[in-house]
Design a protein around this ligand. Structure first.
Ligand SMILES: [Zn+2]
Length: 166
């Protein structure tokens, strides 16, 4: 039986992307011990990702690429901004490569990657780390089961067996 709406899917994946030179580089993976479990078809995942895996059965694998336009979007060069050093008073300045959790005055949370530290400011990139990058997925479906009433009511999965807490 293929994957469907109102199913809870457990899978493992390996994600690669390309660096600026076009070389394939490793990003992240889940293990069989700690796979990813999610409620299919409710918008938790990139829509294209769900589309690509929808015809898979338990135990089957697939490899596919999601282009930025269907993944995390293109990089926005405007989304690089300067944080005044006042923001870091009494703290050490973050090193280049650090990821700062920030929130705006609407209460939205986002992550800022430190790209440069100057005598005047910390310069951060607010783009999603995978913006502008192709996503090369290798996926294996470990389990798929109908969602419980409770999971459907909550709109998310309660673990691989449906009984895990939040
Ligand atoms: Zn819940």
């Amino acid at each position: 039986m293929a994957l469907d709406k109102n199913h809870v899917v457990t899978l493992k994946y390996v994600l690669h992307t390309n660096d600026e030179a076009g070389e394939k580089i490793f990003v992240e993976e889940t293990s069989a011990e700690q796979p990813m479990t999610f409620l299919y078809g409710v918008g938790m995942m990139i829509p294209k990702f769900e589309q690509e895996i929808q015809n898979l059965n338990i135990g089957e694998t697939a490899s596919f690429t999601i282009e930025p336009s269907e993944g995390y979007g293109e990089r926005d060069p405007q989304a690089v901004t300067q944080l005044p050093l006042d923001m870091f008073q009494g703290q050490e300045l973050p090193p280049v490569g650090a990821v700062l959790p920030l929130s705006d005055n609407q209460g939205n949370n986002f992550q800022a990657l430190v790209v440069e530290v100057t005598p005047e400011a910390v310069i951060v990139d607010l783009n999603h780390p995978m913006a502008g990058r192709p996503l090369h997925f290798d996926v294996e479906i470990l389990n798929s089961r109908p969602a419980t009433e409770e999971e459907l009511a909550h709109g998310h999965a309660h673990g691989e067996d449906g009984h895990s807490g939040h």
